[in-house]
Design a protein around this ligand. Structure first.
Ligand code: PEP
Ligand code: MN
Length: 337
């Protein structure tokens, strides 16, 4: 961290600042110029409140050199993290396809879709039991019963299940869930993240629709700092000025994250676009950009879906994507296993 201090500032205030920094266990390298003094702060500055320093009247500017996240940072963990979910690996040269409906609607619906997506190449089953809906009058999901139905679908097909949690108070119901999803709306629900950090479940952490990559990695850090390092990031589109699509898929986030973190990254082209016909090209683009997996909404009858029908594809459309991805994975040096 570099702090530029005005030379005309009060010497006592400068002493207060330097003592405060030293008391945090950090060293300071001084460089006095004609109009300002540069303090190079050496050590782990992740706990330093940069805004507090910036607000001091003797301070001209503050620049962070080191990222505020540590456990998620590739600098401290150069190798890709590989997360194993029931024998299916995320990260490194492994690739996974998660597919299923937005919401679990009935036993026949989830089991029929589970079998169809497995047949079409999916390795994990998704399905929302607790649904974060904009309207309180919209279908809220089958809740605990939905999780029971997902477990039945898992027993029938052998596919691990991925489902969203909305409150730490529900954690008991997620005992047998393989991957716990944190939705975009809860990416900065820090109390929830801390509770998930105390579990040993893989967490699929979706990007908030108005969050920067750094904020997203800080949310991963919340989970990891409590002891759970099994975090899979999920880019699901961000809100921009463009109204044609539900969100804008931030494809550049994938190679950027590959530099910044060792955690695996999956892409959700369904919520990113909101339009089923855009799901195939965006899926292929995500693979090309280096994603470690996809999570796609698939429904056996999209027009009748209780949630997100417009962005849901059919099992046969999913099968077509899956075949093309099989070809592309060879080009990017990944494999689905
Ligand atoms: C979902 O996966 O169904 C969902 C609600 O996603 P997001 O949190 O990305 O909107
Ligand atoms: Mn959905």
């Amino acid at each position: 961290m570099i702090i530029v201090v005005k030379n005309e500032g009060d010497k006592k205030k400068l002493d207060n600042l330097t003592n405060w920094i030293k008391n945090l266990g950090l060293d300071i390298h001084y460089s006095k110029g004609e109009t300002s003094t540069i303090l190079g702060v050496i050590g782990d500055t992740s706990k330093v409140d940069i805004d507090l320093i910036r607000s001091l009247d003797i301070v001209d500017s503050v620049t962070r050199i080191q990222e505020p996240y540590k456990k998620a940072n590739r600098k401290f963990h150069p190798d890709d993290t590989i997360i194993d979910v029931g024998g299916h690996k995320f990260g490194g040269n492994h690739f996974q396809m998660i597919a299923g409906p937005c919401s679990v609607e009935s036993e026949t619906q989830i089991i029929e879709i589970a079998k169809a997506v497995k047949e079409a190449g999916a390795t994990l089953l998704r399905g929302g039991a607790f649904k974060p809906r904009t309207s309180p009058y919209a279908f809220q999901g089958m809740r605990g019963e939905g999780i029971e139905l997902l477990l039945k679908a898992k027993a029938e097909t052998g596919m691990p299940i991925v489902t969203e949690i909305m409150s730490a108070a529900h954690l008991d119901m997620f005992r047998d869930v393989d991957v716990i999803q944190v939705g975009a709306r809860n990416m900065q629900n820090f109390e929830l993240l801390k509770e998930l950090g105390k579990t040993d479940k893989p967490i699929l952490l979706k990007r908030g629709f108005a969050n920067t990559i750094e904020e997203w990695l800080m949310s991963a850090e919340y989970i990891m700092s409590e002891g759970n390092e099994k975090v899979i990031l999920c880019e699901r589109g961000i809100r921009t000025f463009e109204p044609t699509t539900r969100n804008t898929l931030d494809l550049s986030a994938i190679p950027v994250l590959k530099e910044k973190t060792h955690l695996p990254i999956v892409v959700d082209p369904s919520h990113a676009s909101g339009i089923s016909r855009l799901v195939p090209p965006l899926s292929l683009a995500a693979v090309g950009a280096g994603a470690d997996g996809l999570i796609i909404e698939v429904h056996n009858n999209p027009p009748k879906a209780l949630c997100d029908g417009a962005q849901s594809i059919t099992p046969s459309q999913f099968s077509a994507i899956s075949q093309k991805i099989g070809v592309m994975l060879g080009l990017v040096g990944k494999r689905m296993d």
